[in-house]
Write a protein that binds this ligand. Sequence first.
Ligand code: SF4
Length: 600
Amino acid sequence: MDLTSGCVRDEPLDVVYAKAFVGGSGLAARYVYEMVDGSTDPLGPDNPLVFMTGPLVGTAMPAAGRCTVCALSPLTGIWGEANTGGFIGPELRFAGYDGLIITGQADRPTWLSVVAGRARLHDATDLWGKDTYAAQEQVRGLLGEPRARVACIGVGGENLARMAAVMNDHGRAAARTGMGAVMGSKRLKAVAFRGSSRVPVADVDALSQVTREAMAFADEDMSAIAIRLAGTAGSVDTMLMYGNLPIRFYQRAEWDPASDLSGVLMAERFQNRNRGCYRCPIACGRETRAPRYGADRVDGPEYETLGALGSLLMINDLEAVIYAGHLCNLLGLDTISTGATVGLACEMFERGVLGSASTGGIEMRFGDADMLHRIIPMIARREGFGDLLADGSAELAKRFGAPELAVTVHRLEVPMHDPRAFSGMVVSYALSPRGACHLQGDMYGVDMGQASEPELGIPAGDRFEVSEQKGRIGARSLAWSNLYNAMILCRFLMPGAECVKRALNAVTGWDLQTPDLLVLGCRIVALKRLLNARRGLKRCDDRLPDLLLEPLDGGATEARVPDVDVLLAGAYAEFGWDPQTGMPTRDTIDALGLRVHFKT
Ligand code: SF4
């Protein structure tokens, strides 16, 4: 779909691409690679915005109801991807498509319907300025399809806040890397999907069998059970115990009031009900309320939001944090980047790097929930000091001459997992294709035994270990996560590599063997790496922020700091990347079959 001309073109799925890059963010990266170069403006018409599903999406496989939104990121300048749950992924496939590539820029606010194999543009003048919940509802009404699934932006995306999210199915979010700003730059307020096409499955009986096994796994797996019972918020206490939950802008090891943010308390005092994505037996989502603020139906918060808008900012008033998350949902902002950028501003303010003259008189202080509630809408609207925050942490720190204070990797704000608590997170953060990311090689989950895959050489181990071997495990985990995000499966259901392989073979008719899984993952990571190199990413950018390399006093990580160089040396070796340039060697490119795809 080209928004400049209004032209729609249907293309069959490129089966060569699909076999090499599977789907989701892998397949999207393959398409985008052809369409951008080093000079493409992420907020310009030439940056393609891709909604992509994967081969398992919309099938009977549990926890496979996801969709990825990809483009060059206006926050980081490199590859951007954000993965969302809910129902839009399956509905896109039911509408007759595997994915949607949107180019150009509309000359006025627009929304797009994709219904039963037909895509049409509509005027969105009356939708512009609406919050994300109202916009989803209004689009369904305009379409006359009460069961349509809608992805949209809020005021944050409209105003090109660089941490703007794409929201869908109430409060589900494709949150990271500013995909909402890309959508806003195209003046595209919403996309609605509806259809009843069947999703192709090569071997229905084989898929039925593997589906039963995956469902049984979800019933018995302790990690899945824990998430079902308490949501991801239930892990706040555990993460505190490990020293993994960042406190006071990543600089404190302990803070007793952080336990006020516990998922158990949330369930007791503020929870309405559980919510799940399409065919998910876990249902990790939580509908909550914040009556003090007049909000009786709030999606979340999940663990990342409790950290980013809570402990990171020294706010332990759970209801206030729930409401802050709600504001981000309504306005369409990534809670991690929002919280981390506000946290940076507090740190700069308290160090005297930032003064009241720059903040418009706002006292940026840790522990101030009222300030947080005031500043979030200002970010989304780019009002006053909010305009500076809307460009993200790296830009804010640079503007005030303190780049060393930004807690970002490749300009993306660091999530709520501390590499001082789990050394393998060095690899997850430094080499993730989208910048600091906890969903691409979640080594904290590996070392806690939740995300380990011994069959793939990703065993749980000593969480503080620093060795090249640990770096290699981190690289394999990164590759495996990238394949997960290509199929697309939710990371909270991990029935094992063998089960996943059989599901993928059953749906596609391929004959993958277990070792092929890591080859696919490594190929996808290498593709994104090459794309990022084209965007200017260099070996010296593979680093952790200074503040994460300062030892903390006390707590569960006392005096521990991982050795980044040792861990990355192992990861480069595992990937077959040149340790000097950080790029795949020619041999690696050949071994992964990438030369067929690119003239390198
Ligand atoms: S575990 Fe949660 S995020 Fe994952 S598919 Fe289920 S409901 Fe969605």
